[in-house]
Design a protein around this ligand. Structure first.
Ligand code: ADP
Length: 298
C-alpha cells in the first residue's frame, strides 16, 4: 500500500476540517482528490506530508508512518504545495541545484529532472520570467529531485491556461507511470482526464472513493417505486433489465436495473400494462455527474 489514511480528524480551533477520513492508494495509482474550496484537501495533504499533525488517526506513506517517522516518510514523498514557493530571482537550474543540494543529489540528477519535466527550453531563464505552466514544472521538478515513490500535488493546475493545463496533465500522467500520485482539484474533467481513482471530500467528510473505470462503466440505476397496492415478487421480476429487487414496505420496491437507457418510462409502461398505478417513483442514483455537482455546488 502506497498511502494509508486511517480515521484522520483535524480541527482548527472550533473549525472541523477533516472528519474521520480513511482511504488508501495502491502503488502506481493516480488519484484525483476532489472537493470544493474549503473541503479539507490541503489540510489532508499537509498531514500526509508530515507538515501538520492530525488530532487523531494514523497515516502511512510507502509503509512509513508519517506521524512517528516523518523524516523517513518524507524521503518517499514529493510535495507540491498549493502556493508553489519559488524564488523568482533565481535561474531555473540554479534553483533546482540548490534544492538538489538539500537532498544531497548531484548535478546529473538535476539535468535528468529538467529533462523529465520538459524544462530544457526554459532552463536558462529566471523563475520569475517563466509562464505559470513552466513555474509549475519547476515546482514539480523540485518535488521529484529525490526520486520519491509518492507525489502529493496540491491543485497543480489552478491558474493555468488551457494549453498549460493539458501539458501539466500529461506530465502528471507520465510521472504516474512510475509513481503513486495524489493530486487535488476542484475540476471534474481533470479527474476524468488523468486519474485511475477518484476520492471526493466535502466539508471534511469522505463522500466517494472509487476507481473511475467502475464509475464510467456502471449503468446501474436505482429506483424506488410505490404502487397503489401490493405487488407480488414474481410480478416485479418481469421488469426488463432488473438486476435486484427489494420490498421495502408493503407497496414500495427498491429496484436496481442494468440498462443504458433511462428505465423510468419503462416502469410506467409496465405499470400501465398491468393495471397498476404508480404513486411515487424516484431515482436513487449516485451517478458521477450528480456526485460531482453535489460536491462542487456550495
Ligand atoms: P481545501 O484545500 O479543500 O480548500 P482546506 O484544507 O484549505 O480546504 O480547509 C479546510 C477548512 O479548514 C476550511 O474551512 C478552512 O477555512 C479551514 N482552515 C484551513 N486552514 C486553516 C487555518 N490555518 N486556521 C483555521 N482554519 C483553517
Amino acid at each position: 500500500m502506497s498511502i494509508l489514511v486511517d480515521s484522520i480528524a483535524k480541527s482548527y480551533q472550533s473549525q472541523l476540517a477533516l472528519d474521520n477520513i480513511s482511504f488508501s492508494a495502491n502503488e502506481g495509482e493516480i488519484i484525483g482528490f476532489l472537493g470544493p474550496n474549503g473541503a479539507g484537501k490541503s489540510t489532508m495533504m499537509k498531514i500526509l506530508t508530515g507538515y501538520l499533525l492530525p488530532d487523531s488517526g494514523d497515516v502511512e506513506v510507502a509503509s512509513k508512518n508519517v506521524l512517528t517517522h516523518p523524516l523517513e516518510a518524507q524521503k518517499q514523498i514529493g510535495y507540491l504545495p498549493e502556493q508553489n514557493p519559488l524564488y523568482s530571482d533565481m535561474f531555473v537550474r540554479e534553483y533546482l541545484s540548490f534544492r538538489a543540494s538539500i537532498y544531497k543529489q548531484d548535478k546529473a540528477r538535476v539535468e535528468e529532472v529538467i529533462q523529465e519535466v520538459g524544462l530544457t527550453p526554459e532552463v536558462h531563464k529566471k523563475i520569475g520570467q517563466l509562464s505559470k505552466g513552466y513555474q509549475q514544472r519547476v515546482g514539480i521538478a523540485a518535488a521529484i529531485l529525490h526520486n520519491p515513490t509518492v507525489l502529493i500535488l496540491d491543485e497543480p493546475t489552478t491558474g493555468l491556461d488551457p494549453n498549460q493545463l493539458q501539458e501539466i496533465r500529461s506530465l502528471i500522467r507520465e510521472l504516474g507511470k512510475e509513481k503513486t500520485i495524489l493530486f487535488s482539484t476542484h475540476i471534474m474533467q481533470e479527474v476524468e482526464a488523468v486519474c485511475d481513482r477518484v476520492i471526493i471530500i466535502k466539508k471534511g467528510k469522505l463522500l466517494l472513493d472509487k476507481p473511475l473505470k467502475e464509475l464510467r462503466e456502471s449503468n446501474l440505476q436505482n429506483i424506488e417505486v410505490t404502487f397503489d397496492y401490493k405487488v407480488e415478487e414474481q410480478f416485479i421480476q418481469k421488469l426488463p433489465n432488473l438486476t435486484s429487487h427489494k420490498n421495502n414496505f408493503d407497496n414500495t420496491w427498491y429496484l436496481t436495473f442494468d440498462a443504458q437507457e433511462d428505465v423510468r418510462p419503462k416502469i410506467f409502461d409496465f405499470a400501465q400494462e398491468h393495471g397498476l398505478k404508480i404513486l411515487e417513483l424516484s431515482s436513487k442514483n449516485q451517478s458521477l455527474e450528480k456526485l460531482f455537482k453535489e460536491v462542487t455546488s456550495e
